[in-house]
Design a protein around this ligand. Structure first.
Ligand code: HEM
Ligand code: PLO
Length: 479
């Protein structure tokens, strides 16, 4: 039988009409883990059917780099889905937009605007440090009150404020923004597994909820957009939205050139969706990495104290860490790299699409085929990483422990090539500054703290408890 990917295509999972390979994908594991396991049976690169679409799963860095770098332009396409159409008004953004002149133009503007912030006044650093200051003051208030603090909302607030400053130079409406993000995070993060499931064919209730959330987001974005348009001037560029508006205005005034606002896709929708992307990507990813980092530091107190020793000797206690300290804090940098390895935020990237007939290794690939790079497999490859499940920042240090190394080419936390992450530099600055400020001042631990807190009575310090019914009690645990 010819596999769905063609006679010379990669080995295929079995598939049925309509539901594709769904039956072979039933598993208690999340998709990235399942896709890693399936290598045992089908090899490192294999294909499967999602509904009527052929999808190739790439689990090894050599094929991954062929897709992302060597044939980057051929594989730079994106596919549309019900979910991404809702999120991006039919692909009018960067992350879910297909490869086109419009897309290239938007990427260039955003890239330029993000670089501009890094130079001169070094204002990104100032913005992040202001948020680090307030994050640390919340921590110290909780500490003074003897309370354990739920860090999630504080981290989300800090990261959201940074992005708000960059995009709109304002942190107005933050409360609504935060509320809305907690819902969208849940839905948006579920989108990949959902593509694999039947919801593509039978849109369900989740989709209605997603539409509601997106409309809240869009109202917010629209409000900022209108304000910026009203205040627009050719001479001032305060933030990302100003940079986008400037590009739009100069294209509109440029009647003679081939570049006019319509043809390069500088419509209101495109601008709004691009800002929406930077917002979505900027908040979700960095917050998640911060949470993983803190979780690992709590779990490995010896790593936490080694970072603190490094901070004490290189920065001291008289001043706060700066971006220029990055070179002298290799152990902290190595820890951040290791967090991004062991728990990649985007373990399956965003699916790529082949824009023409091509190949991966010896396998032929037909135009329109979707390609999923399984970063989880790359970062947990036993041949590339010694004991890949172990959290060990030391693997990113040279043998003297004084300098940083990348010990394997199987490491791509931000992707590579044409579709490489646009926020890599920003994310690294945030992670470095937030973590260094926190660890300079605090040691993070979790209760249980069996010392208790003395009031009139000796009170135990309670923390969030997860109660899972034991086997046999699932149905009647409430009785
Ligand atoms: C895309 C990782 C933070 C904006 C991506 C991709 C990865 C990634 C793996 C997909 C590449 C692909 O599909 O081939 C990360 C990680 C982050 C992070 C690990 C944090 C540690 C950010 C931030 C921003 C951002 C802070 C915004 C400023 C984007 C955008 C894309 C993207 C716009 C889509 C690029 C495209 O499709 O052309 N990121 N990201 N990311 N990221 Fe990030
Ligand atoms: C988050 C919700 C927003 O409303 C829309 C959006 C845009 C860009 C997406 C982001 C969401 C989720 C995280 C993504 C990002 C692009 C790159 C990033 C997928 C859906 C990652 C981790 O790859």
């Amino acid at each position: 039988r010819t596999p769905a990917s063609g006679p010379n295509g990669p080995p295929s999972l079995p598939a049925l009409p309509l539901i594709g390979s769904l039956l072979s994908l039933r598993s208690p594991h999340p998709p990235h883990v399942l896709f890693k396991e399936l290598q045992g049976k089908y090899g490192q690169t294999y294909s499967l059917m999602m509904g009527s679409h052929c999808v190739i799963i790439v689990n090894h860095h050599i094929h991954a780099k062929e897709v992302l770098l060597k044939k980057g332009k051929i594989f730079a396409g994106r596919s549309r889905s019900v979910t991404t159409d809702v999120l991006s008004r039919d692909g009018k953004d960067i992350a879910f937009g297909d490869y086109s002149a419009t897309w290239r133009f938007h990427r260039k503007i955003v890239h330029g605007a993000l670089c501009m912030f890094g130079e001169g006044s070094a204002s990104i650093e100032k913005i992040i440090c202001a948020e680090a200051t307030s994050l640390c003051s919340v921590l110290s208030e909780a500490c003074a009150a003897g309370l354990a603090l739920d860090l999630s909302p504080e981290l989300t607030r800090a990261v959201t404020n940074v992005i708000c400053s960059l995009c709109f130079s304002s942190s107005e409406n933050l409360q609504t923004m935060l509320q809305f993000y907690s819902i969208v995070r849940f839905l948006a993060m579920a989108y990949l597994p959902k593509i694999i499931s039947l919801s593509q064919i039978f849109p369900n209730a989740d989709l209605r909820l997603l539409k509601q959330c997106v409309s809240v987001r869009d109202k917010l974005l629209q409000k900022q957009y209108d304000k910026h348009k009203a205040a627009y001037s050719d001479h001032v560029q305060r933030d990302l939205l100003d940079a986008l508006l400037r590009a739009k205005c100069s294209a509109e005034n440029n009647n003679t050139a081939e570049i006019n606002a319509e043809s390069v896709g500088l419509t209101d929708d495109h601008l709004l969706m691009t800002v929406g992307d930077i917002f979505g990507a900027g908040v979700e990813t960095t917050t998640t990495v911060m949470k993983w980092a803190i979780t690992y530091l709590i779990h490995y107190p010896q790593i936490q104290s080694r970072i603190q020793e490094e901070l004490d000797s290189r920065v001291g206690m008289d001043r706060s860490p700066k971006l220029s300290d990055r070179g002298s804090l290799p152990y902290l940098e190595a820890t951040i790299r290791e967090v991004l390895r062991i728990r990649p935020v985007a373990p399956l990237f965003i699916p790529h699409v082949a824009l023409s007939d091509t190949s991966i290794g010896d396998f032929t690939v037909k135009r329109g085929t979707r390609v999923i790079i399984n970063l989880w497999s790359l970062h947990h490859d036993e041949k590339e990483w010694e004991n890949p499940e172990l959290f060990d920042p030391g693997r990113f240090l040279n043998s003297e422990g004084t300098g940083l190394v990348i010990p394997s080419s199987s490491y791509l936390p931000f992707g590579a090539g044409v579709r490489v992450c646009l926020g890599e530099a920003l994310a690294k600055m945030e992670l470095f500054l937030f973590l260094s400020w926190i660890l300079q001042r605090f040691t993070l631990t979790v209760p249980p703290c069996l010392e208790g807190k003395f009031g009139v009575v000796l009170l135990p310090v309670l923390y969030n408890v997860n109660a899972t019914p034991r086997s046999g009690w699932e149905k009647n645990a409430h009785v």
